[in-house]
Structures are given as structure tokens and as C-alpha cells.
Write a protein that binds this ligand. Structure first.
Ligand code: SPD
Length: 381
């Protein structure tokens, strides 16, 4: 029996074991409890990342609850942070990365959840919730949305052609951080995520430093290294799915979930592009995104109703099945399609998990120091 691990053990996040048997014979879906919203205007304003919700999720919620959802997207944690700090966001539900969420809780930007309105919290994996308490001590503010990891993805054929006689490096991070490789790959296109807190951590990790270092000297070292590859980076984008699927770029420093969506899209489009998600020898960086209600949300009742709806096993499972992102919903595991459950770039196995860097948070001063380094890096092109 092929044992899958959905536990990010020890110091990392947690996913529990599930067997082929479970995946092949999904339990009959229980009849869901109806969406219950308290009396307030029937509107819900959601602010989420792009390509991070299934087509049906909003439509089904609207149909069942009568609540109209206004859905907008942001491309990086910095954009969401700026809105929350400015206040009066107009949003009722947002999706911060755990890397930012601690400082948002500490700054009083998020509202405490009314857990009595979210009965489906019981479906969440207790081990993951325990890990999340590093950020949200009593699990009072955040509900896990999904997790994946930052890594390197490639267009196999284009990378092979651009590298010529040079084989793929043992450590996939070389493809985006080592000028010997990036100089060769420049011609077919390298894309980086467009966010300081997405690029500096893997760069510091590549240098053998703490990926979440708060030390300005470490940020500078990462900046010095990045300056050497800057001329080889074609584009900065946090919506990389089409770029990879269409063959517009051949290497991406991005999120595994999006890369797997690019892989599926290329297959669907029969474009002939084969996207491969690489697991760097020294590990990718795990990230965890969470649902939270801004302090000044006008429709917190509807936000609670959506959170409870999302935590239904079949709704959480649809996110994994359609978007290749793993959730913390234990009850959804049995509903994950076998081809997804068996994909080791989605559900990491024990060996891969051992290499992965667990998420952590940055202080405000570190974010400022990193931001200066990143701006100089981007301009340096
Ligand atoms: N398609 C969007 C996926 C959102 C990923 N959030 C990443 C946060 C990483 N720090």
C-alpha cells in the first residue's frame, strides 16, 4: 500500500497519512448543514489571491445562502497588508499568508472569530491547528485556507534545449539563483514572483542562511547574490500559470500549486508544453494561507457563514482536486481524487517533507530592510 503523508511533521506543518484505499473509495458525502447567516445585508466582500478558488465555490454559496459575493484579488501579501493598515478596506474576508498574519493580529487589524458560528471547525486537523498557534496563539483569528510551497517549475523541453549539454542541476534553486544556469536560461525566459517576502526567503535559504532571517546583513547578502542574476530575469509576476502553460517562460520561481495548475492547463490546451514541478534538494519553502475577518468588516456574519461553508469536506476537497492546493480539512482527505492524492508534488512524501523549510514570520523592521534590498534588485535590471 502506497502510504501518503499529509503531515508536515515535527517543526513543519501537519498532514496525516491517508491510504490508496481511502482515496479510491470516498465516503458517502454527508448531507451538509444549511448555510446560516445572521441578519445583516446579504453581501460578502472577499479579497483573495488569484487562481485560489474553484469556479463553483462562490456560485454555490450564493445560491444556497442568498448572499451576493463580491470577489476581488491581490497578488502578494504586501498588497493585502497595505489595505489592512490603511483601514476601511471594505472587505469582510481576506486571505493573509501566515508569514504576515501574526503581525496583523498583533496590530489589531483582524477580528476575533465567533467559533460558535463555525461548527465545521471540528473538521480541521488538530495537529495543523496546533502548529498554526505559533502565529495565532489560541486559534482565535485564523482558519487555514490552503498550503503549498515555493519552489522552481520548468518547461521541460525548453529548459533542456537552453541548457544544451549541461544537465539539470542537483539543486533546482541553481536554475534561478546561479548565474551559470540563469545566463543560459535567459533566452527562454525566467519569471520570479513579484514580492519581496517571496524572493528574499528562498534566496537566503539558498545561501545557507535562515530563510526568515531578520538580520539586515543576511538581506544584503541575498541582494548581492540576486544582483548577479538580475540581468537574466525576464519578468516579475505573481500570476504565472498562463506564462508557464503557454511556454512564454521556461523557468518559474513560484508556488507549486500554481505550477501544477499550469501543468494541467497545458495538458487541457494540448499545447505540447510539459511543466514539471521540481523539489529542490535543499527543500522548498512551505507556506500557509489563512482566512481572516478584518476588524472593520461590515458583514462578519456572512464571513462566518462562508468560512463554515468552506470547511465542508466536499468544498475543501474541491480546492485540492481542482487547484492542487492542500487544505487542513481532515474530513476532506477521503474526497481527494486518487491522481491528486498520489501526486508527490502536491502531497509531499516523508522524504520531501524532511527537506522543507517551515513557515515563519518577519518583524516590521526586517520587512523594511528586505524591501529596500528588493527594490534595488528589481531596478538593477
Ligand atoms: N494562486 C495563488 C496562490 C496563493 C499563494 N499564496 C502564497 C503565499 C506565499 N507566501
Amino acid at each position: 500500500m502506497h502510504k501518503k503523508i499529509w503531515v508536515i511533521a515535527a517543526s513543519v506543518l501537519v498532514v496525516s497519512a491517508c491510504g490508496k484505499k481511502e482515496a479510491a473509495a470516498p465516503a458517502a458525502a454527508p448531507v451538509p448543514a444549511p448555510v446560516v447567516a445572521i441578519a445583516e445585508e446579504k453581501i460578502l466582500n472577499i479579497y483573495n489571491w488569484p487562481d485560489y478558488i474553484t469556479q463553483d465555490m462562490v456560485a454555490n454559496f450564493e445560491k444556497e445562502s442568498g448572499i451576493k459575493v463580491n470577489y476581488q484579488t491581490f497578488e502578494n501579501n504586501e498588497a493585502l497588508q497595505a489595505k489592512l493598515v490603511a483601514g476601511n478596506t471594505g472587505y469582510d474576508l481576506v486571505v493573509p499568508g501566515s508569514v504576515f498574519a501574526k503581525s496583523q493580529i498583533d496590530a489589531g487589524l483582524l477580528a476575533k472569530l465567533d467559533k460558535s458560528k463555525i461548527p465545521n471547525l471540528s473538521k480541521l486537523d488538530a495537529d495543523i491547528m496546533a502548529k498554526l498557534s505559533n502565529v495565532d496563539a489560541a486559534n482565535d483569528y485564523l482558519v487555514p485556507w490552503a498550503w503549498s510551497y515555493t519552489t522552481v517549475g520548468i518547461n521541460k523541453a525548453k529548459v533542456a534545449k537552453a541548457l544544451g549539454n549541461t544537465p539539470l542541476p542537483e539543486n533546482a534553486w541553481d536554475l534561478v539563483f546561479n548565474p551559470t544556469y540563469t545566463a543560459k536560461l535567459k533566452s527562454c525566459g525566467i519569471v520570479y514572483l513579484d514580492s519581496v517576502t517571496e524572493i528574499l526567503p528562498p534566496a537566503m535559504h539558498y545561501l545557507g542562511k535562515n530563510a526568515y532571517s531578520n538580520e539586515p546583513a543576511d538581506h544584503k547578502a541575498a541582494g548581492d547574490m540576486l544582483a548577479k542574476v538580475r540581468p537574466h530575469i525576464r519578468v516579475f509576476s505573481s500570476t504565472q500559470i498562463d506564462d508557464l502553460a503557454s511556454g512564454k517562460v521556461c523557468v518559474a520561481l513560484g508556488w507549486a500549486g500554481d505550477m501544477n495548475q499550469a501543468k494541467a492547463r497545458a495538458l487541457e490546451n494540448k499545447s505540447g508544453v510539459e511543466v514539471q514541478v521540481l523539489l529542490p534538494k535543499t527543500g522548498g519553502l512551505i507556506f500557509f494561507d489563512t482566512l481572516a475577518i478584518p476588524k472593520d468588516a461590515k458583514h462578519p456574519g456572512n464571513a462566518h457563514a462562508f468560512i463554515d461553508y468552506y470547511l465542508r469536506a466536499e468544498v475543501s476537497a474541491s480546492l485540492t482536486n481542482e487547484l492542487s492546493y492542500v487544505t487542513a480539512n481532515k474530513a476532506s482527505v477521503a474526497l481527494v481524487k486518487p491522481e491528486m492524492a498520489n501526486d508527490k508534488t502536491v502531497f509531499l512524501d516523508a522524504d520531501a517533507l524532511k527537506t522543507m523549510v517551515p513557515p515563519a514570520s518577519f518583524g516590521n523592521a526586517a520587512r523594511e530592510s528586505m524591501s529596500n534590498v528588493f527594490s534595488a534588485f528589481k531596478k538593477g535590471g
